[in-house]
Design a protein around this ligand. Structure first.
Ligand SMILES: [Zn+2]
Length: 217
């Protein structure tokens, strides 16, 4: 029996999956979305696409990989589960292969503190974790570890992952990271940008607390 809460989360996940595709974050089904539900999660199915995804084919999975129904969960369920296990405040997780995130991740480059809004991911950079094969526990553990102190990280030779307090804010965060990686690549074309100093970061975080940029963190 599906509860009202589960029905509503399945609908939101479907909407946000389609929205992520619409804004170019998830071309050809290369990403996946999940939200925490009871002691596990709801996640987009393996082989999902914006055309076929529907509330009824979202998969309910426990954090150790038991799933129900005839659809397999996304092959990256371990990475999503690892984030929920490591971070109590994570209510939704988004993973994409969006262009500019991939461009940096394939150079194994973190996004440095070239712009103050990098701080909206919780620190003075967005780290990049080393490459591991998709779907593995190593990839999940590396991502979950990076997401303890940041709301997003890049995945070496792969893409990005982020966590949010709900599906909408997690998709917005994935969008923001894509925008900022694009802006970083643009500024690199003019030379190395100046990075914010430690003092400037201290002032940023002080001010962010006052004006509730903390909503991203
Ligand atoms: Zn992937």
């Amino acid at each position: 029996m599906t509860s009202d809460i589960e029905t509503s989360l399945r609908e939101t996940l479907t909407e946000q999956y389609k929205y992520a595709e619409q804004i170019g974050l998830n071309e050809l089904s290369s990403g996946n979305l999940s939200c925490r539900f009871e002691d596990g999660m709801l996640i987009s199915p393996s082989g999902a696409s914006a055309e076929t995804i529907a509330p009824e084919n979202i998969v309910r999975v426990s954090l150790d990989g038991e799933w129900e129904g005839d659809r397999k969960p996304s092959s990256e369920w371990r990475m999503h589960a690892a984030v929920y296990q490591a971070q109590e405040s994570a209510e939704a997780v988004v993973h994409t292969h969006s262009d500019y995130c991939v461009a940096l991740a394939c150079q194994l480059l973190p996004l440095p503190g070239f712009h103050y809004l990098v701080g909206s991911f919780g620190g003075n950079d967005v780290p990049c974790v080393p490459y591991s094969t998709f779907g593995t526990q190593t990839l999940g553990d590396d991502a979950a570890n990076a997401l303890k102190t940041r709301t997003a990280c890049l995945l070496g030779n792969h893409g990005m992952i982020c966590r949010g307090k709900n599906l909408k804010s997690a998709v917005n965060l994935a969008h923001r990271l894509e925008i900022m990686c694009r802006q970083y690549l643009l500024t690199r074309q003019l030379g190395e940008p100046d990075l914010l100093t430690d003092e400037q970061w201290a002032e940023f975080f002080d001010r962010a607390k006052k004006v509730s940029y903390g909503r991203y963190i």
